[in-house]
Design a protein around this ligand. Structure first.
Ligand code: FE2
Length: 305
């Protein structure tokens, strides 16, 4: 017997080495006026970025470029949206790690709205977001949060009154997740390790969640198999596109799984700690390692490994 379950939408997924070259073609179905959101680091200095911006220009796209230096705060989202004012935008593209993808997702959801994003955050907000947005393409350059497939953007404020809260709606799942594992080969080992642990935890917690179902269980197990094959190896040799593709697949599946099955106590702990002490949650894996190992022992038993 299959118990009742729900499975929400997922993006159109395009996965493969070198697929970033097709981004202008995917973008053109929405229009030619873009917002491009990136981090300040490695992608912008890459040959892929140079080629992408050349191709976009050649194809007649115009764009505004926002650089997100860290985890997105309410202020940086509000400033970005206000800079656009009433100008018509056809598509938002986020290219970067989880923070950049969340920022792009929040910008796409907040364009043409007069309130601060704070008003729509879970728990602390006072308003319900209607789900209206500008289409969004997410292009990850790290393998961790799975934001390319989720319906929420984490907005952070650090300090004693700090918080990490989600802007969430089913409509916020990106229209397209363009996953090119080659883009992750420039990701340094420390970020590769932290984002990999984040991904590992997301798959584990989603698998053990009481909201999991046959779809999420199947995907979580496939993702965990790739983690087992690739996580340690990719931290030793980040240039290996084989292990990079394994981690990109695991991150993508972790996003689909967490969007549909939820997360657990490790993420709850990391979220509170990260808001208080400005630590990215993928880095808070050492103190929560025992919790993860306890959770994993349940899977290992079921998985016969
Ligand atoms: Fe996470």
């Amino acid at each position: 017997m299959v118990n009742s379950f729900q499975f929400a939408r997922i993006p159109a997924i395009h996965f493969g080495n070198g697929i970033i070259a097709r981004l202008p073609a995917f973008a053109s179905q929405f229009g030619r006026r873009l917002i491009i959101v990136t981090g300040k680091g490695s992608f912008l200095n890459s040959q892929q970025a140079e080629r992408l911006f050349t191709d976009l220009k050649k194809d007649g796209f115009v764009w505004q470029h926002f650089i997100i230096p860290g985890e997105p705060s309410p202020e940086i989202i509000d400033q970005s949206v206000n800079a656009i004012n009433d100008e018509k935008i056809d598509l938002v593209i986020g290219i970067g790690g989880g923070s950049v993808l969340d920022a792009g997702k929040a910008v796409s959801a907040m364009l043409y709205k007069s309130d601060s994003v704070k008003e729509y955050l879970e728990v602390t907000g006072t308003k319900t977001h209607p789900g209206t947005k500008v289409p969004y393409i997410a292009v990850p350059t790290t393998s961790g949060t799975g934001s390319e497939a989720t319906k929420n953007a984490v907005i952070s404020q650090t300090g004693a009154a700090g918080f990490k809260r989600s802007l969430r709606h089913d409509n916020f799942v990106p229209e397209i997740a363009l996953v090119d594992p080659e883009l992750t080969t420039r990701c340094p080992a420390d970020i590769t390790a932290a984002s990999g642990m984040d991904c590992f935890t997301q798959l584990t917690e989603a698998y053990l969640s009481d909201k999991s179902g046959p779809f999420t269980d199947a995907l979580a197990l496939e993702g965990l198999k790739e983690i087992r094959k690739s996580l340690v190896r990719v931290c030793i040799d980040g240039s290996d596109t084989g292990t990079r593709s394994g981690m990109s697949f695991a991150a993508l599946t972790s996003g689909i799984c967490l969007a549909n099955a939820g997360l657990g106590v490790v993420h709850g702990f990391a979220s509170s700690m990260g808001a208080r002490y400005d630590i990215p949650h993928g880095v808070i894996w050492e103190p929560s390692c025992l919790l993860q190992m306890t959770l994993m022992s349940g899977i290992a038993e079921e998985w016969k490994c």
